[in-house]
Design a protein around this ligand. Structure first.
Ligand code: AMP
Length: 546
């Protein structure tokens, strides 16, 4: 017997409809690329998103087609979040920090039809436009007055003209909740970047779970400033959460340095923020230098890389801000665990509470996780035994976009699980702590650097016999690439010559920080380079940039 409740699809557009009807006056404040501070309300957001949905239709964007963005956090990007997904197309947030070659590869793989971009990225768009074959329209996210006087981008359109041209009347289509809504590529594993294709249903379930008190704990009384970019796993879902709960949103645009952020925090009464540790280092250093404090900030969500214990302590003791340490992945929409306290932690000493907060936390409802050993058997939750972290749940990837049939999932105890590539312990309270990573990637300031790409370039150098790229500790960026190289016999290749070989081949910030020359790189039985052995050997290596 079925229940007798209304059948309603879980759709992203419903968040916008709710925000307009129930929190219409709530503000969205954006520092824009044009240099101004822009203010609008959820009511304006809804009206402009409907206009943009009409404009997309007039550009010929059909359901399921990909519409790409190269943009900072701002109200126009938010409008596209709702206009594109709400109308049944797929919002593809491109990462502007990648090298032009990678952006072209990803845009081609995604078969993007339209590209919206902030003016900051005009040079990048001019570089990629002649090399993309599927993009039919390029739109500068600005008004007529700020349109570039000259540009090589073919048929460049103006965002505000499109908004003007579209009627405010638009009925959001009643889509299947399993329809694709947005797409984000990750280079979190080896090989080419992989597309994670979210659905309306996965996004909505993630939003419900993320907003809960023991998860991100967001309410209509909050003022949320997502520092985490909207091109990185949907700014951890905050643009959806804000509409669901009716929280004021503050978007920092391109101003991510400590001074710009602090000014915005204070001016707009921000209560909650979210970002990677590197961003907070900049903010904390600025505040300590200038002897500043926070007027309204209560809580910050830190994830993307492990939050250093000293940062948790500084936030708490100097600035009275609670740190909520969280772990997630692009493949998890992204939220997996958060480190909120259980009632029994209340009786712990401050030091005991800091020790808990250094962990990545407990699974939120909807996520199941376990750690397994080399034989695939589940390991105990004793806070000491570490193993490969596996997860399952309704907002976790099952296949990569156009993944040619390969499933990333592993079978364990009769169920399909997603192997995270992270190595972790889980304690008796269910608090997970990352102890290592089994995947060969480097995470610098919260952004991936593909070790394989760096190795391939080194291997293309005529004097290199073998090259391995590993993560080395860096006090500012957490990890930076270290290249371990075996030279061909009797070659006098220098560190500088090899590093110069990278120029123009990759984004500048991907260039390895150091090169060490060795006689041999340890190999496993199948000839694979044993990078964990190398990581162990160079654990104490001091980078010249540190
Ligand atoms: P991304 O897909 O770019 O969000 O990266 C996900 C990966 O970042 C995870 O698999 C971890 O390796 C790492 N990561 C994310 N959050 C944390 C955290 N709080 N502590 C340690 N590593 C993290």
């Amino acid at each position: 017997m079925n229940g007798l409740m209304m059948q309603q699809q879980l759709l992203i557009s419903s968040l916008l409809v709710h925000a307009e009807r129930h929190h219409g006056d709530q503000e969205i404040v954006s520092r824009r690329v044009e240099g101004d501070i822009h203010r609008c309300t959820f009511r304006d957001l809804a009206a402009r998103s409907r206009r943009m949905a009409n404009a997309l239709a007039s550009l010929g964007v059909a359901q399921s087609q990909r519409v790409a963005t190269l943009a900072w956090n701002g109200h126009r990007h938010m409008e596209l979040y709702y206009a594109v997904s709400g109308s049944g197309a797929v919002l593809h947030t491109l990462n502007p920090r990648l090298h032009a070659d990678q952006v072209v590869w990803i845009a081609e793989h995604a078969e993007d039809q339209v590209l919206f971009f902030d003016l900051t990225f005009l040079p990048l768009v001019e570089a990629i436009a002649p090399r993309t074959t599927t993009i039919r329209h390029f739109v500068a996210m600005t008004d007529r007055a700020h349109m570039p006087a000259q540009s090589t981008v073919p048929g460049l359109l103006c965002y505000e003209d499109l908004i003007e041209s579209g009627s405010e009347r638009f009925a959001w289509p009643d889509l299947d909740e399993n329809a694709a809504s947005s797409l984000c590529y990750t280079s979190g594993t080896t090989g080419n970047p992989k597309g994670v294709l979210y659905s309306h249903r996965s996004t909505m379930l993630h939003t419900f779970a993320a907003a809960l008190p023991d998860a991100l704990n967001c309410s209509a009384s909050d003022v949320i400033l997502p520092v985490v970019p909207m091109f990185h796993v949907n700014a951890w879902g905050l643009p959806y959460v804000a509409c669901m709960v009716g929280a004021k949103l503050v978007f920092p645009g391109p101003g991510l340095d400590g001074k710009a952020l602090h000014e915005l925090f204070e001016a707009e009464g921000v209560t909650v923020s979210a970002g990677v540790p590197t961003v907070w280092q900049g903010l904390l250093a600025h505040m300590e230098n200038k002897g500043l404090g926070f007027r309204t900030m209560r809580r910050t969500i830190v994830g993307g890389s492990a939050c250093p214990p000293a940062m948790i302590r500084t936030f708490q003791e100097r600035f009275g801000v609670d740190v909520l340490h969280a772990w997630g992945m692009t493949e998890l929409s992204p939220l997996g665990t958060v480190c909120s306290f259980k009632p029994r932690h209340e009786s712990l000493s401050q030091e005991g509470r800091y020790a808990v907060q250094a962990k990545q936390g407990h699974a939120i409802f909807g996520i199941d996780m376990k750690i397994v050993g080399e034989d695939g058997g589940e390991l105990q939750w004793d806070g000491k035994t570490s193993g490969d972290l596996l997860v399952r749940g309704p907002w976790i990837v099952s296949r990569y976009f156009r993944g040619e049939g390969d499933s990333p999932l592993v079978h364990s105890d009769g169920e399909d699980w997603f192997p995270t590539g992270d190595v972790a312990t889980i304690d008796g309270d269910g608090y997970m702590q990352i102890t290592d990573r089994s995947k060969d990637v480097i995470k610098s300031g919260g952004e991936w650097i593909g070790s394989i790409d760096l190795e391939n370039i080194a291997m293309a150098h005529p004097q290199v016999a073998m090259a391995a790229c590993i993560a080395a500790y860096h006090p500012r960026w957490d990890e930076r690439p270290l290249l371990v190289v075996v030279k061909k016999p009797e070659q006098a290749l220098s560190r500088e010559e090899l590093l110069a070989f990278y120029e123009g081949k990759i984004a500048k910030w991907w260039t390895p920080d150091d090169v060490v020359f060795v006689d041999a790189i340890p190999l496993g039985a199948t000839g694979k380079m044993l990078k964990n052995r190398l990581r162990e050997t160079f654990k104490a290596h001091t980078l010249p940039t540190a």
